[in-house]
Design a protein around this ligand. Structure first.
Ligand SMILES: C[S@@+](CC[C@H](N)C(=O)[O-])C[C@H]1O[C@@H](n2cnc3c(N)ncnc32)[C@H](O)[C@@H]1O
Length: 526
């Protein structure tokens, strides 16, 4: 074990995930939706991410949202990767290799409009949480935003002992690299469950939770479960601790949760008629949802907007549709309830957003056309942004400022993708967020930009690249249907062996890519 890592797992680096909640533009929109004043975003804004991991989110936002970006992660491999991405984009970003303690003592940092930490709070010691809050206390502007996501109780209560078993085994028995450690810990737990300990038989979902865990990436498992520190908290305890940095809880960064009438079932809503304290409501909701993971948005000194001002700000923004209208499901699960979207209301809005090759549009345009009520339109946008099919856009000035850094970052990510499956998101200058674009779509994108615009040409040029790397596609064998261990039907997987089969499969993927081009173009990625 290293000494600088303070018990945090550092034997392998973290995954290349992307989270839109770390975008200052998205957080600002969430606050406005809730009727809370949020910092304006300009080229002078300053934003900071603590524990940025591989720095994918931090770099996508540094490239896509105007401002200066700072961050720290004590793992040197993470800082190197983050700085390499920043160099590629040319964004105004400085990523440090400091521990939170070191960073909290720096005297060369500006005042931040936002400080974010995703997936850190639970996994570090109480002392490190104090350092994080000290950074916020010293460097967050009045009215600034803080995003904190963490594992919570009560949702984690039944499975926390499983995590304890993994760390117990890892601490006393495991050795080798990350894969070997995770593999041997899993084998240990399998033997443990087979020996029928009373706990595993009684705890709800203990076995199925473990079965699902086995499908996850070993690096993710290691960072999630093999740390020395893992402190589960209730929401109210986090709220109390954040008061040390003068933070007020503003909202959950899940837009639909601004509307209890949408996301909770009827009996729960009935129950909540008897509770009026907002913190108590938020905490009790975690019981109703059986929530395991919170995405909290705090503000240093909340200032409420009048309903009209908040509505104006939400209405004046433009929105872009990122999914073809026919592919947007009319049933949404909130985790505790299925919401059936009224087709006669949702479909025309989706068609409107798709008009003009998905050109982004503000809500005034639609309201003027249809006379639909403002409250209904805001409800629609709340649901569609929550599910990620629609995103709020930045203004033209911001888009102009960030276009070049997004282009540079995206070109770099696409180039890297040729050699492996790492970063599956590209930066959108329009939404100030990342958009999922997988490895093959990234290779197609490069080819498309180079002038290969038909499925045949895209397939031919892409397959040339993949075959040179010795790669072959693995697909489902539709000729053979079999049952898995749990009795569910599935198609077995097979390797496509011949160049002809691989080329044909590449063409199918290229055709799919071409149908997505209008959306990627609207998001200013093509
Ligand atoms: C679970 S990862 C989350 C990474 C990133 N936020 C994400 O979600 O992709 C936690 C990160 O915090 C960093 N970290 C943990 N303790 C730290 C400390 N005391 N000082 C600085 N960085 C720390 C780790 O190196 C790791 O990259």
């Amino acid at each position: 074990m290293n000494s600088w890592n303070e018990g945090y797992f550092t034997d392998s680096t973290y995954t290349y995930g992307y989270y839109r909640e770390l975008s200052p533009h998205f957080l600002r929109w969430c606050l406005l939706l809730k009727g809370i004043a949020a910092p304006e975003i300009t080229e002078d804004s300053c934003h900071c991410e603590l524990g940025f991991g591989q720095g994918v989110s931090a770099n996508i936002h540094a490239a896509a949202v105007p401002g200066k970006y700072f961050g720290t992660d004590f793992n040197p491999a993470h800082a190197t990767n983050a700085n390499e991405l920043a160099e590629a984009s040319g964004a105004n970003a400085k990523f440090f290799e400091d521990s939170f303690e070191e960073f909290s003592k720096r005297d060369d940092l500006p005042q931040f409009d936002s400080v974010s930490f995703h997936g850190i709070w639970t996994w570090v010691s109480a002392e490190n949480r104090r350092h994080m809050l000290e950074i916020v206390r010293r460097h967050l502007k009045s009215g600034g935003m803080v995003y904190n996501s963490y594992n919570c109780l009560p949702g984690w209560a039944p499975n926390a002992p499983l995590r304890e078993l993994l760390t117990l085994y890892d601490h006393y028995k495991a050795n080798g690299d990350t894969n070997a450690r995770v593999k041997s810990a899993f084998k240990f737990i399998e033997d443990f469950i087979a020996a029928e300990p009373a706990y595993a038989n009684i705890a709800p979902n203990f076995k199925s939770y473990f079965d699902n865990m086995k499908n996850l990436n070993a690096d993710y498992i290691a960072h999630e479960y093999l740390n020395l520190d893992w402190d589960l908290m209730y929401f109210v305890d986090v709220v109390e601790q954040c008061k040390d940095a003068k933070l007020d809880f503003a909202m959950s960064a899940i837009p639909m949760e601004t509307r209890q009438d949408m996301f909770l079932p009827e009996k729960a809503r009935e129950f909540f008629k008897t509770v009026d304290n907002p913190i108590m409501i938020e905490q009790l909701q975690d019981y109703f949802i059986n929530r395991q993971f919170r995405k909290d948005l705090f503000v240093r000194g909340i200032r409420r907007l009048s309903r009209t001002e908040a509505y104006d700000k939400i209405f004046n923004m433009r929105y872009v549709l990122l999914t073809p209208p026919e592919d947007v499901p009319m049933e949404v699960s909130t985790g505790v309830r299925k919401l059936n979207l009224l087709e006669e209301i949702y479909k025309p809005v989706l068609e409107f957003l798709a008009e003009g090759n998905y050109r982004p549009k503000d809500l005034h345009e639609y309201a003027a056309k249809t006379k639909i009520e403002a409250t209904t339109l805001i409800e629609l946008v709340t649901v569609l942004v929550s599910t990620g099919h629609v995103m709020p856009c930045q203004n033209d000035n911001a888009v102009k400022q960030v276009k070049r850094s997004c282009d540079r970052l995206n070109a770099h990510i696409c180039e890297r993708s040729v050699y492996g499956d790492a970063i599956n998101f590209l930066a959108s200058p329009l939404t100030g967020c990342g958009i999922e674009v997988g490895r093959f779509q990234q290779i197609f994108l490069n080819q498309y930009k180079a002038g290969n615009k038909t499925a045949d040409k895209l397939a031919e040029t892409t397959w040339k690249i993949l075959s040179r790397l010795g790669e072959k596609f693995i697909v489902e064998d539709k000729q053979k249907l079999s049952k898995d261990d749990g009795g569910a039907f599935k198609y077995p997987r097979k390797v496509l062996e011949t160049p002809e089969e691989n080329l044909a499969h590449t063409k199918t993927l290229a055709e799919k890519f071409l149908t997505r081009v209008p959306i990627l173009r609207a998001a200013l990625i093509v």
